[in-house]
Structure formats: structure tokens, C-alpha cells
Design a binder for this molecule. Sequence first.
Ligand code: AHR
Length: 310
Amino acid sequence: MNIKTLAMMSLLLLSQNAMAEIVVGFAQVGSESGWRTNFSNDMREEAKRRGITLKFADSQQQQANQIRAVRTFIAMRVDAIVIAPVVETGWTPILRQAQRSDIPVIILDRNIRADEDLYLTRIASDFVEEGVKAAQWLVENEQDECRVVELQGTVGSTAAIDRGTGFNRVIDKHDNITIVRSQTAEFTRNRGKEVMESFLRAEDPNSICALWAHNDEMALGAIQAIKESGLAPGEDIKVISVDGIPDYFLAMANGLANVTVELDPHLGAPTYDVIQRYLKGDTDIPKLIRTTGDVYTQATAAEEYQKRSQ
Ligand code: AHR
């Protein structure tokens, strides 16, 4: 082999190394809501755009499944692990294992209660703020006595804990607004409908002024229950929610829901940006990267639905 061929071969090897494929393991919560599906799709599409191999685990809303998936990713020696945690507690042992194997972990969306040194960063919205914005809309739009029923998200999840905290923080300052019933519907449409039906049985339906749902999916189930009870959702019972999924914009455009606080599902780009920077040796990465969302009402719902359903 002559010198020229040797040089060509080394160049080829070098460029192959430089483009070495990045493998990311992602332990997703599940597919309980339209928002979650949009978020999973964004993670997949953005990985594809960047030539990243994504190992995707749908954990069916079970933390035990997520921990099992992370253990598998560690055994596979992936380049980075992404966790969108179901609940906040119980993460320390598996994060220690990832750290011992030198695999960076990125937390998306909901929070965890663990030492910050155990993960690289968290990319998430401020869930307390979402609850505050939802309640502020109600305060501004309801001066009379208002009895509220609440559909909570998954017990132990940041999205449920913090949205509840934010909402209560605002209404506690307004004597006319009271939460009279509150129960989890696990962020799903079916449970949203069932729990709303039970609220409508337990209370005089005409005495309920508003529904506060911790996500659009549960609100959509509840809207169905309200309709079936003979009342008009969006009018007789105001509907307040979080996420901003196309189906909910359509409901608002049709006058069946009143307001939603948007939760951005486009977490793929910021996640892979962080991973690619870190793998190139950049360690100057903030512990928290915030995403934000606006408040949307019936005023712009039809237009927003058009944009978001294309
Ligand atoms: O953690 C975010 C929440 O999880 C979304 O608001 C909800 O739709 C999802 O299930």
C-alpha cells in the first residue's frame, strides 16, 4: 500500500469517527395524552433530522417500567439517557448507576427529587406558573360566587402537584372562588369523563361554575360528561385547562371550553442541543432550561386550531 492510499484511509477513518453515531435512550411516561404524543413525535423527528439513534421506551405511566428501561440503556452503554419522569420520588439509585457508568442523564418536563449532581440538566416549563395563569383567567372572568371542580393529574407528578399549588395560591386570595371537589383522573380522557360524571352526581350540576382540569385531555373527557348531563360546557360550566392540544383548540373554537395554558411539546431540539454540546466536551450547561407557554382563549382558538392541526 503506498503512502497516498494510507493517507486516504486514515482520513476516511477520522471522518467516520467524527461522525460517530450518537445513541440516546429515552424513558417516556407513556401515551396518556395528546400532548404526550406530540412530545414523543417531536423527540423522534428531531433525532432523525440530526442522525441520532433514539431508543424509545413507552413506560405506560409506570415508574417501575421507566427504571427498567433506564437499566437497559445503561447495559447498552448508550451515549445519553433522557427521562421524562412519571413521579418525582424514587430516582436516586438508578441515577447513581448511570453516573457510575459515566452516562449523562437529562430530565425532561416533570421534576425529580434527587441530588442535582446526579443529572446534567432539566428542560421544563414552570408548572406552578401554569396553575397561576389558569386561576388568573378565572379571577378575571368570574366576579360572582364560583364553585369549582378540579380534575388532578397523576398523583405524585410535578404537573399535578405544582399546577394545583399555583391555582390555589391565586384563588386563596378570592373569597368568591372555592374548590368543592377534587380528584385525580390520571391525565387521561376516559378517566376525565368518568370522574366528571361522579362530580355531576355528587353536586347539584347547576351549582358548579367551573371545571379546572390539569390537562386538556381530561378536560375533553369532562366536556363530554357535561354535555351528556344536559348542561353547556363553556357556558353553564366554564372549562379551564393546560396544554394547548389541537382537539382542545377545536373545542374552544366551538364554544365548549374557555381557556388553556400552553405547554410546549417541542423538547427535542433543546434536548439534543445539550447532548451534542456535552458530548463535544462543553460542560457549561445550566441545571434548568425553561420553556414557556402563552394563555389562549376562544378569541383566537379557530385560528390556532388551523395552525396546529396542519
Ligand atoms: O407532565 C406534563 C403533563 O403530562 C401534560 O400536561 C399532560 O398532558 C401529560 O400527560
